[in-house]
Design a protein around this ligand. Structure first.
Ligand SMILES: [Zn+2]
Length: 231
């Protein structure tokens, strides 16, 4: 009889402790779930607000997939060159990290002439796109394959070659307009931002695209124009 009063409170105490532990566990689970939901919501919000901001939250493979799922605009003339083992070797891109801008370096030539040159069996160079003197855009290589334009960065970049009327390498107004439009489209379609638009010069130190190497201010302005462009 003497034990009963002392044992009962002990059992009650144990029960209370178990309840408290359960409450703490449930509380912690709630906190973790809340944090996960916040992260998910923020990601969806950022992605819907601006695709470009998704860069840090996407992998190189996801960006390549997104680019290849995007519908090619009607202002792009698709004239793929044949797989020949050099200009187009048919190797798939390993990812999508940067858009590389080039200049043709052969003043006065047209986009069609350069596309046909890539297709020539003697050629071992190519680009995904060539932009002509009148602003015409020809696509030469599919967006899931490597081009032969940017040295060791061919494996994870999309290349754009640009025609120019003279030795200065400066683009015509129509060419420039198309370059801004195409670059903005590529940037959005692959969820990149302007820090991932680079010059061939930034890879190898080559004077390409010449005008944008000689005029840093023009390159800065170009990136600004791409940022503000609705392709
Ligand atoms: Zn180049």
């Amino acid at each position: 009889m003497d034990y009963t009063p002392t044992r009962r409170p002990k059992r009650r105490h144990k029960k209370k402790t178990a309840q408290t532990v359960t409450k703490v566990i449930l509380f912690l689970l709630g906190v973790v779930l809340g944090i996960l939901l916040c992260i998910l919501q923020k990601k969806i919000y950022i992605c819907s607000k601006s695709k470009a901001n998704c860069y840090l939250q996407t992998t190189t493979t996801e960006r390549l997939k997104a680019l290849n799922n995007a519908k090619i605009p009607e202002w792009v003339d698709r004239q793929f060159i044949a797989i020949d083992g050099s200009s187009r070797n048919g190797t798939e891109l390993g990812g999508m990290n940067d858009i590389v801008i080039h200049y043709i370096g052969n003043p006065g030539t047209t986009a069609q002439q350069n596309r046909d040159y890539f297709a020539n069996p003697d050629s071992d160079v190519s680009a995904h796109f060539v932009i002509g003197l009148d602003g015409e855009i020809i696509q030469c290589i599919p967006l899931n394959e490597m081009s032969a334009a940017s040295n060791w960065r061919n494996r994870d970049t999309i290349s754009v070659e640009v025609c120019h009327p003279d030795e200065s390498g400066k683009f015509t107004e129509a060419t420039y307009k198309s370059l801004v439009r195409l670059t903005a489209w590529l940037m959005n379609a692959s969820m990149l931002d302007t820090t991932h638009i680079i010059r061939h010069h930034d890879i190898t130190g080559k004077d390409c695209p010449l005008y944008f190497v000689d005029h840093e201010d023009a390159w800065t302005q170009f990136l600004e124009d791409v940022k503000n462009c609705e392709p």
